[in-house]
Ligand binder design. Structure first.
Ligand SMILES: [Ca+2]
Ligand SMILES: [Ca+2]
Length: 263
């Protein structure tokens, strides 16, 4: 794995780090023998957060901090929080944006702490048919945002016709990406590929997965799912009526809503 600092970062702090990055890059390539290229990007807005992976330690720079994080947690390290004053390095998982009820995330309120997250190369995206790349805190997806409302069944079929699928938000990172695009780019209640059509109360994503432990405490809007009128087996965002806190709502599969496809 090669670690680079993101080219868009140009402030003085980052320029100093760039000279350090090269040395650490060589070290990490030698240890890990992995040709993936990873950009290490600072969250300048303090919008992104991450879940801590373990105890903190002292590292002399953010790049060395991330290299040690990758070494200790090769499967799960995707970010770190670095304190510029104390040089404390706290390892983190995949970064994500705003989600309700996430209490254990880092960074904390200390202004000396900065979050850096790994950003992998963008996935292929054919933008000639209305798809485009969207990114939240290093998680990138090729998405089509609907301009009209349809029933769930039609949304699933429409995405399939475009060689894609209705969006699956099965991780914290993908859930925050879905919320972010639904809220910031569409500002509409938006369907995802999740339903309890087969067994009431047993929600299954379009890829066959159930709701994971990682997201089960964050996915639902307050009081949802409620299977209102005994007729709610499909799932959508709920910010048109109630903008905060963000969370999903079970809705009738017969009502027409906007949707997002992912290729
Ligand atoms: Ca239901
Ligand atoms: Ca509901």
């Amino acid at each position: 794995m090669k670690i680079y600092l993101h080219k868009e970062l140009w402030n003085v702090f980052i320029l100093v780090l760039l000279s350090v990055a090269f040395c650490v890059c060589i070290t990490v390539v030698g240890v890990i023998c992995d040709e993936r290229q990873v950009y290490l990007r600072e969250d300048l807005s303090r919008f992104c957060r991450t879940l801590p992976l373990g105890e903190s330690w002292i590292s002399l720079s953010p790049v060395k901090c991330f290299a040690a994080c990758i070494s200790r947690f090769p499967e799960t390290c995707r970010s770190m929080v670095y304190n510029q004053v104390t040089h404390t390095c706290t390892p983190g998982g995949t970064a994500f944006g705003t989600l309700q009820n996430v209490q254990t995330s880092i960074p904390k309120t200390n202004l000396n702490e900065k979050l850096f997250y790994a950003e992998f190369a963008n996935p292929a995206c054919n933008t000639s048919n209305g798809f485009a790349l969207y990114d939240v805190c290093g998680t990138t997806a090729c998405l089509y945002l609907s301009t009209s409302k349809v029933k769930y069944e039609i949304a699933v079929a429409s995405c399939a016709e475009m060689n894609s699928n209705l969006i699956i938000a099965n991780t914290l990172a993908r859930l925050s990406l879905f919320f972010h695009v639904s809220l910031s780019y569409m500002n509409k209640d938006t369907l995802c590929w999740l339903s309890d059509n087969v067994m009431e109360g047993y929600f299954v994503w379009g890829n066959g997965e159930t709701i994971s432990d990682e997201i089960k405490d964050y996915i639902w809007h307050n009081g949802q799912p409620d299977n209102y009128n005994n007729d709610e087996n499909c799932v959508a965002t709920r910010h048109e009526v109630d903008p905060k806190p963000y969370g999903l709502n079970d809705v009738s599969c017969h009502i027409q809503l906007h949707f997002i496809c992912e290729s």
